[in-house]
Design a protein around this ligand. Structure first.
Ligand code: AMP
Ligand code: MG
Length: 358
């Protein structure tokens, strides 16, 4: 299959291009498009064959349900059988505060929703993306769009059209190129069908912002605090998600200076042993990483700028694996806010192998 990449203005998308993409979705084909979190691989969410081809194209296990994306609150009805006003107060509050945005809500599902979309679950994950291209595409289809990240299953999520091309060229007809994603990591997923609501995946919306609106604490069980043998709390939350093709070594600890010294020491030891080492590193340590022998470095931004780190994390992992390094060395993030999601993604990318220095 020939794959076209069409550049499109992210702020004022050309409606002729959007219509061409929507026509493909209407025909049951797949279209990759940017959202504020990562690039999505879209299909008409109510067309079970189109949804099935998402799983086939990504190589995604059919037990891992998809998120349905909407561009108007009226699209809640075909997915949940309810209007917003019929849903619980907590859902209404979160929708008013954070939609459109990087928050996915798991809600009860309507009977007509294809089983394959939710992997047979009686619930459905719904998100209203903020990105103008995503909104325009869903609106042009006039129906919800199922869209997981547009990567081969198990690989690092794509934050540029080029990343999508690298994973899916020849497998899909169209990639809309709206530039790099501004958030850079996936949405926060909150299960609203249980009381209290349960965090299924930390992501682009910090959990503290959810707690602020709901006026209650949300339990955070950090995956790397769990034994590796424990069953995943949600489908698709397996450890091997998001992995780069080369080994990733992650160091973490509450003393950032100590973590930095350990990262630099690891780069030096491996370089001296003849390895090609890549460093995924905050700006304050860039020069030291190069001096220690790193053959490739990626700047994650200023060490306190978690938004910059989120924006550059996946692109950085892809950039370093493309440079054919033998190992990637990085330090994890401490504290609250986006640090929770960053730790989660690094933990998975490292296959659960994180060295804790405390
Ligand atoms: P991805 O599309 O790769 O960003 O992953 C979407 C994730 O949403 C899945 O891996 C699930 O963990 C989660 N998800 C989707 N639908 C449901 C659902 N009905 N119940 C619980 N989790 C869900
Ligand atoms: Mg994904």
């Amino acid at each position: 299959m020939h794959t076209a990449i069409i550049p499109i203005d992210p702020l004022h998308p050309d409606l002729e291009i959007i219509e061409r993409a929507a026509a493909l979705l209407r025909d049951g084909a797949l279209v990759a498009f940017p959202t504020e979190t990562v690039y999505g691989l879209g299909a008409n969410a109510l067309d079970d064959q189109a949804v099935a081809s998402i799983y086939a194209t990504k190589g995604r296990p059919s037990t891992n349900p998809l998120i349905a994306h909407i561009s108007h609150l009226a699209m809640l009805r075909p997915l949940t059988g309810c209007d917003l006003a019929d849903l619980p107060n907590a859902v209404q509050q979160l929708v008013r505060a954070y939609w459109p945005g990087p928050l996915t809500l798991v809600l009860p599902r309507a009977g007509n929703v294809p089983d394959i979309l939710t992997a047979g679950a009686p619930t459905i994950a719904v998100r209203f993306p903020r990105h103008p291209i995503a909104q325009a595409l869903i609106a042009a289809l006039g129906s919800p769009v199922a869209a997981p990240s547009a990567n081969r299953s198990g690989h690092v999520s794509p934050t540029t059209a080029r990343h999508v091309w690298d994973d899916l060229e020849g497998r899909i007809p169209l990639i809309l190129d709206g530039g790099a994603c501004v958030v850079g990591i996936e949405s926060t997923i909150l299960d609203m069908t249980v009381d209290p609501p349960r965090l299924l995946r930390p992501g682009g919306l910090p959990v503290e912002q959810i707690e602020h609106v709901l006026g209650m604490p949300i339990a955070v069980r950090e995956r790397h605090a769990m034994p590796a043998t424990q069953a995943a709390p949600a489908p698709g939350m397996s450890i091997t998600h998001y992995a780069p093709r080369v080994p990733l070594l992650v160091f973490e600890g509450h003393d950032m200076a100590q973590v930095g010294r350990r990262v630099i020491a690891e780069i030096r030891e491996r370089s001296e042993a003849g390895q090609r080492v890549g460093a995924l590193i905050t700006r304050d340590l860039l020069a030291e990483a190069t001096a220690a022998g790193a053959v490739a470095t990626v700047d994650l931004g200023a060490s306190a700028d978690l938004e910059a780190a989120a924006r550059h994390l996946f692109a950085g992992l892809r950039q370093l694996e493309d440079q054919e390094v033998d190992a990637i060395v990085t330090g994890s993030f401490v504290g609250a806010g986006l640090a929770l999601a960053l730790r989660d993604r690094l933990w998975r990318a490292a296959g659960g192998a994180i060295t804790t220095l405390d």
